[in-house]
Design a protein around this ligand. Structure first.
Ligand SMILES: NC(=O)c1ccc[n+]([C@@H]2O[C@H](COP(=O)([O-])OP(=O)(O)OC[C@H]3O[C@@H](n4cnc5c(N)ncnc54)[C@H](OP(=O)(O)O)[C@@H]3O)[C@@H](O)[C@H]2O)c1
Length: 243
């Protein structure tokens, strides 16, 4: 990763200053993971890392998160990756309004809050030769409908609309905005599903298997280093949805 960071810095896609990272968590289990990632970043790659607790569905928590980042590392932010997401898996008759509001607040409002709060710290130093980059995580659910996930699909389609509009608004000002729309990827979101259901899911994917987080990391690396790509959706999904 350090080699990659140097490569990006050499191409002037990221600034030639020591790379730093701010990782956000909400739950205790994610804190342990965030701390472990921060330790690895620092020890193995020399990347100074700050870990901040914030419920990104709340504007005031997002404000505190950005404030903590700016106080620690200064008022220039180069990259924002919005990734928080939850799902309900409930039919539209039985779902409560609290449940779908929670999905919209977590999956969509958080992306509005974070882009709104971070963009001022991007456009204060971005240019054609010093690009800043926002990558928003949507889903194949944002490209097509998924039964019992109306709220999730609404949030993930909303992310695509938000990203396209911001890509246009900030084009020519050194900020690119793109979307990753994963298909089925083996993470905690799928780990609760039993093996028979996983096999049934895998059978619906043309490539025949559930993807790995490295498939998403590869798409992210591409978007961070592709100076002419903005307003686009990359969907690592094994052929599940064709665009
Ligand atoms: N896995 C898939 O098949 C798949 C497919 C399409 C799209 N996606 C999208 O990929 C993204 C990552 O999901 P994942 O698969 O890695 O699921 P995951 O393992 O369940 O991770 C979700 C992450 O979102 C965080 N989060 C949720 N609510 C939050 C909040 N209010 N504030 C701060 N953080 C919050 C969680 O942190 P805490 O643990 O601290 O709550 C957790 O780290 C999501 O946007 C998801 O919709 C996943």
């Amino acid at each position: 990763m350090k080699k990659e960071l140097y490569k990006w810095q050499k191409q002037q896609l990221l600034p030639a200053v020591p790379a730093v990272s701010v990782n956000n968590y909400r739950s205790a289990s994610s804190k342990a993971l965030s701390d472990a990632i921060a330790e690895k970043l620092e020890k193995q790659y020399g990347v100074e890392a700050l870990v901040v607790k914030a419920d990104v569905s709340k504007y005031e928590d997002c404000e505190a998160l950005v404030k903590a980042a700016v106080e620690r590392f200064g008022d220039k932010i180069d990259v924002l990756v919005n990734n928080a997401g939850i799902t309900n898996n409930c039919n539209w008759i039985d779902i409560t309004h609290e449940a779908y509001e929670n999905v919209i607040n977590t999956n969509l409002m958080s992306f509005l809050h974070m882009t709104h709060l971070v963009l001022p710290y991007m456009i204060n130093h971005s240019s054609k030769d010093n690009q800043c980059c926002i990558v928003n995580t949507s889903s194949v659910g944002g490209l097509t409908g998924v039964i019992n996930q109306a709220d999730y699909c609404a949030s993930k389609s909303g992310i695509i609309g938000l990203s396209r509009a911001l890509a246009l608004e900030f084009a020519g000002r050194g900020v690119r905005v793109n979307v990753i729309a994963p298909g089925m990827i083996m993470t905690d979101m799928l780990r609760g599903v039993n093996q028979d259901e996983l096999n049934a899911l895998a059978a619906t994917i043309p490539e025949g298997y559930i993807g790995d987080v490295s498939d998403i990391a590869g798409a992210l690396e591409y978007l961070l280093t592709a100076p002419y790509v903005t307003g686009q959706i990359i969907s690592p999904n094994g052929g599940f949805v064709l665009q």
